[in-house]
Design a protein around this ligand. Structure first.
Ligand code: NAD
Ligand code: USQ
Length: 404
């Protein structure tokens, strides 16, 4: 992580927006451990959503202040902290000019598809927070650090489930005898996933117009909780969401198995997505930072390691449960979402491998250890939060209080 500037080399400075969240916390510690100079920027809104909706992480998590203090006492490494909202340009400008990042990793968005589909106000909040926050980051780079590399978290969900292979960002098409390489078509299916499409368009435009350098990481669904750094101390534990709003497929299934709740397969269960271990999220982000995009380049990587259908995940968790003596049932829940339940899916994901990603593939041992984490904390599980409570079809303009 050393960068040459003049004769002296100094550590690369990375601003991690959303560094108190699930992917961001693991990444901040990983980069700090690798001797990057790290600043976390976060407005702690994710902790607020938990309070609003009556949810909690499966794992107990410390405050961001205690997390950073503990990291310093264990490693003598400092992580800078800026508490604030990236939608507030004055705050962001101050953080930028005082920290002077070489790279910005932007995780700081409302990332739950169900949350964005609760009601009109949550749909508006999601797109406003995500799209305007990213625009502010782009303006901050233009204004205060033109050479700064933006590493932006996108999502595989931007592409939807087309009946052809999914490429990494661009597709070459021949039409009426002429050929061009164009942005891959986007067919997102929630107001959240659509916010990422809008972000991608804004970033692509500013790369062209202003010469911004950017990498869009179209990440698949992340699973797992432990990373080398977060397991060093209980005050460094990462969050683990299992509820129907913020919990994601495989993490939810492990918790469901641990508490004897039937696995909640939505609809026919043929929904296929790209998945990756959180230990690979942190590796991918580091690879993107270490190999920056060129000035004016809008680079897109598909960030996942394996594809699974929901039914395949359910059967893997059922088998892992058997090994631990847990009997696991599966139920088909009427699908609260509008999405294809049986479809073709084949997405390219070679660019990060070419940069050196060594994937942690989903294995029996990982499933055993994830199930064990779920069993360890099962007394903290609120089973009322497991069933899905947000319907894509029933969303309306009326403000909704979601209660279990
Ligand atoms: P998370 O909700 O756990 O973390 C997001 C963090 O950003 C939170 O700490 C939150 O407080 C902060 N934040 C949100 N809006 C902010 C704002 N306006 N200003 C400052 N901070 C703000 O989410 P996560 O699971 O860690 O996801 C991180 C990113 O990765 C998101 O952009 C998400 O879309 C993307 N992603 C996540 C997954 C996954 O499976 N978790 C998969 C693909 C992509
Ligand atoms: N699903 C079930 N049962 C469940 C939960 C989910 O069948 O109990 C199904 C969903 O219907 C969907 C699939 O599993 O078809 C994935 O759902 P998910 O909740 O695990 O993931 P998703 O809503 O797509 O969102 C998550 C993250 C988001 C990220 C996205 C990556 O919350 O931030 O962008 O994964 S991707 O899916 O590749 O777009």
């Amino acid at each position: 992580s050393e960068q040459t500037s003049g004769q002296k080399s100094r550590p690369t400075r990375v601003m991690v927006i959303g560094g108190d969240g699930y992917c961001g916390w693991a990444t901040s510690l990983h980069l700090s451990n690798k001797n990057y100079e790290v600043a976390i920027v976060d407005n702690l809104v994710r902790r607020n959503f938990d309070h609003q909706l009556g949810l909690d992480s499966l794992t107990p998590i410390s405050s961001i202040h205690d997390r950073i203090r503990r990291w310093r006492s264990l490693t003598q490494k400092d992580i800078n902290l800026y508490i604030g909202d990236v939608c507030d340009f004055e705050f962001l400008a101050e953080a930028f000019t005082s920290f002077k990042p070489d790279a910005v990793v932007h995780f700081g968005e409302q990332r739950s598809a169900p949350y964005s589909m609760i009601d009109r106000s949550r749909a508006i909040y999601t797109q406003q927070n995500n799209v305007l926050g990213t625009l502010n980051v782009l303006f901050a780079i233009k204004e205060f650090g033109e050479d700064c590399h933006l590493v932006k978290l996108g999502t595989m969900g931007e592409y939807g489930t087309p009946n052809i292979d999914i490429e990494e960002g661009y597709i070459t098409i021949t039409h009426n005898g002429r050929t061009d390489t164009l942005p891959y078509p986007k067919q997102a299916s929630s107001f959240y996933h659509l916010s990422k499409v809008h972000d991608s368009n804004n970033i692509a435009f500013t790369c062209k117009a202003w010469g911004i350098r950017a990498t869009d990481l179209n990440q698949g669904v992340v699973y797992g909780v432990r990373t080398d750094e977060t397991e060093m101390h209980e005050e460094l534990y990462n969050r683990f969401d299992y509820d129907g709003v913020f919990g994601t497929a495989l993490n939810r299934f492990c918790v469901q198995a641990a508490v004897g709740h039937p696995l909640t397969v939505y609809g026919k269960g043929g929904q296929t997505r790209g998945y990756l271990d959180i230990r690979d999220t942190v590796q991918c982000v580091e690879l993107a930072i270490a190999n920056p995009a060129n000035r004016g380049e809008f680079r897109v990587f598909n960030q996942f390691t394996e594809q699974f259908s929901v039914n395949q995940l359910a059967s893997l968790v059922t088998k892992a449960g058997e090994k631990l003596g847990i009997e696991v049932q599966t139920i088909s829940v009427p699908n609260p979402r509008v999405e294809a339940e049986e479809h073709y899916y084949n997405a390219k994901h070679t660019k990060l491998i070419e940069l050196g990603l060594e994937p942690h593939l989903l294995s029996d041992s990982l499933l055993d250890s994830l199930l064990n984490v779920a069993v360890q904390f099962k007394d903290r599980v609120d089973t009322k939060q497991i069933m899905p409570s947000v319907s894509w079809r029933k969303i309306g303009a009326k403000p909704k209080t979601v209660s279990a």
